[in-house]
Design a protein around this ligand. Structure first.
Ligand code: PRX
Length: 662
């Protein structure tokens, strides 16, 4: 395995935090206000994990029955358990306790797709809604441990549905409502979901998404589903199947009894989240209850310096892990206000996201480098015409952020008065692994900086597995010790969990990312080392896209690679060879793209699709993606060692072909 040079070009610029000169309220001090404090807490979290986590758990989460053991099991055995013996309820922690304490505090601000359609939901109102949905679930006969698939737009009702699942100990499986019927069906079947919650339609950037229609199509192949609860988002007429489909407004209005929370065991399953891996089959990562909640609440508090009274806007959809951890569970467990943003940052124009900050006095903004880069390209005027003086912390997630975008975020959006917090983590990790602490860490643009509490990173030589200690080393990034919010398994395939994460390198968790640690100990994440592409922070497997492409009968072979893209971080480039005797045509190209969209969803559409006569292979017939990546990136002069290529002449033809096509 080779680890390429970091793309972020480490700079020597240093940004020292100082909450007294930044926009910090006079009557408060940050949770962590110095690097020494961060270091002391980090050391304790590694050297005395029991003490550290017992304290965090008791500060952040209410257990109905106290736990007896903080942590047991090991990474290598893949049997980690946290807070055993404890009983708790997630919706109680995120809703009831605030509804009792501060009933009129705002839990959710809903910023609808069309500007001007905002509304607020207080904790008291949220509790009422969560209880009603839980009542509907009970009427469907759902019981603790059953799974509910959620295919919803980014509306407060989606968050309330997730919370209603946790209220009864049901496992939720949120599928991003941009995935195709085929992908949705695959996820419903794999998770054995009994109920689907969806909406008549969705709205995103002014476009209508036909959610119910997609669900209907998916359910043709999902016999396990007995009920579909349909939230009326637009009120459009949609076909309702008698006996199966239930109107949200009607069903909720019929609920008149309060549904109390069901206290579950710390290690009871909480949710499944599908993500892409190196093979064609998405992985259903299983997260459990107490560890996940403590992990997200702890990181939300310290990585963002969040406290009650704050307003966080995490632009990620609830269909992704960021939406789960930092739009719903982290903020609500801390009793703060979360903005659920249904639209996209540039709809109807480039000032939309900034208007959201201004209108709702957002204190914490959490978005992806792709959004930052594309909004930057639209020009500073879109930012400068809005009042962003409420912002205190601005954060980034999902992909490496290039220093230019980082500096723009810091100076133009944050007016050099807000720390930039680049948070590195994964669906598998549940919460932040490497991140700056806003008022403690001196930051370097493009570096995620230092490990979060409880995280002990190691950089390993990718080939020998040996740990590379000291400064200025690069290799694969692994984590040495378990942390509470790590996914416990891949649903139905614990062996895959073990081989992918726990046994790739001995005794450690393998992230799948390359990283560099510089002379000051800062971590720089350098992207995936497996066949996973990250487009706009969305993870996709090359194998999954290839298997959609070769379903087209004209196609003989295909190879998909990710190449660098100025805005989206990476973009998808597909190389395709056709069956003998067939000539490439626009029609074939269109039908291949249509197949990808229907198999996976529009997010997997390749930016480039190139027909070639032959794919470069080694003598054993393995496709040499490294070469394709170089050629597609315009680096045909840096192809390196070609001695393993079975037919070196094919490369010359390929280079000429790609040169014309791209
Ligand atoms: O490659 C890393 C990249 O996104 C991957 C995880 O993707 P996903 O599970 O979809 O979760 C995304 C949101 C947490 C990682 O393996 N990644 C995520 N955050 C960063 C990042 N790469 C660099 N810097 C980050 N801050």
């Amino acid at each position: 395995m080779t680890v390429e040079e970091p793309k972020q070009n480490p700079t020597h610029a240093l940004y020292k935090p100082n909450f007294r000169t930044e926009r910090y309220p006079k009557n408060r001090t940050p949770w962590i206000s110095s690097f020494e404090q961060y270091k002391a807490m980090h050391e304790q979290s590694i050297n005395e994990p029991d003490v550290f986590w017992r304290l965090r758990a008791s500060e952040l989460v209410e257990f109905n029955t106290p736990f007896h053991t903080v942590c047991s099991g090991s990474l290598s055995e893949g049997n980690v358990k946290w807070f055993e013996g404890g009983k708790l309820n997630i919706s109680y922690n995120c809703v009831d306790r605030w509804a009792e304490k501060t009933p009129d505090a705002v839990a959710i601000i809903y910023e609808a797709d069309q500007p001007g359609g905002a509304k607020s939901v207080t904790y008291k109102e949220l509790l009422d809604q969560v209880s009603r949905i839980a009542g509907v679930f009970k009427s469907f006969g759902l019981e603790k441990g059953d799974t509910v698939a959620i295919y919803m737009p980014m509306v407060p009702e989606a968050a309330a549905t997730m919370l209603a699942c946790t209220r009864l100990g049901l496992v939720h499986n949120v599928v991003f409502a941009g995935f195709s019927a085929h992908s949705l069906a695959e996820r419903i079947r794999d998770s054995n979901s009994k109920v689907v919650v969806t909406s008549d339609q969705g709205l995103r950037g002014g476009k209508i998404i036909h959610n119910k229609k997609i669900v209907d199509e998916a359910l043709l192949t999902c016999p396990s589903v007995t009920k579909v609860l349909v939230f009326e988002r637009t009120g459009a007429e949609v076909p309702m199947q008698q006996g199966r489909d239930v109107s949200w407004s009607k069903a909720l209005s019929e609920q008149n009894e309060f549904v109390p929370p069901v206290f579950v065991d710390s290690e009871d399953p909480m949710f499944i989240m599908y993500t892409s891996g190196s093979t064609g089959k998405p992985k259903g990562l299983l997260h459990t209850t107490a560890g996940y909640l403590v992990g997200v609440a702890m990181t939300a508090r310290y990585s963002f310096d969040l406290s009650s009274g704050d307003v966080i806007c995490s632009t990620a959809d609830v269909g992704w892990i960021t939406g789960h951890s930092y739009a719903v569970y982290g903020p609500l467990c801390l009793g703060v206000t979360t903005v659920i943003f249904e639209s996209i940052p540039n709809y109807p124009d480039g000032s939309r996201l900034w208007k959201v900050v201004e209108d709702h006095k957002v204190t914490h903004l959490y978005t992806a480098p792709t959004a930052i880069r594309s909004l930057r390209r639209l020009g500073d005027e879109f930012v400068n015409c809005t009042d962003l003086s409420s912002l205190r912390v601005i954060a980034s997630v999902g992909e490496p952020i290039n220093p230019e975008a980082w500096v723009w975020y810091k100076s133009v959006v944050g007016k050099d008065l807000c720390p930039v917090v680049d948070t590195y983590w994964q669906t598998e990790t549940g919460s932040h692994l490497i991140t700056a602490i806003p008022f403690a860490t001196t930051t370097k643009p493009g570096s995620a900086t230092f490990p979060m509490f409880g995280i002990e990173p190691a950089i390993l030589d990718p080939n020998t597995g040996e740990e590379l200690t000291g400064p200025n080393v690069k290799g694969v990034l692994c984590i040495k010790k378990p942390w509470p919010s790590i996914a416990r398994s891949i649903l139905g395939d614990h062996d895959r969990y073990l081989t992918t994460y726990m046994h790739a390198y001995k005794g450690v968790y393998f992230t799948g990312d390359a990283a560099m640690r510089d002379e000051d100990g800062y971590y720089w994440i350098n992207g995936r080392v497996d066949d996973v592409i990250n487009v706009s922070g969305h993870r996709m497997s090359t194998a999954e896209i290839e298997s959609a492409i070769i379903q087209n009968e004209s196609v003989a072979e295909s190879a998909v690679v990710g190449i660098e893209d100025e805005i989206t971080g990476q973009s998808i480039c597909a190389f395709v060879t056709l069956q003998a005797g067939l000539k490439e045509s626009d029609q074939i190209k269109k039908s291949i793209i249509a197949k990808i969209r229907s198999e996976i969803g529009p997010i997997a559409t390749p930016k480039n699709l190139v027909f070639v006569n032959e794919l470069p292979k080694n003598r054993f017939g393995k496709i040499l993606r490294r070469i394709l990546r170089k050629i597609a990136s315009g680096e045909s002069d840096q192809l390196g060692d070609l001695s393993t290529v079975a037919d070196p002449h094919s490369i010359t033809e390929l280079v000429a072909r790609v040169h014309i096509m791209l």
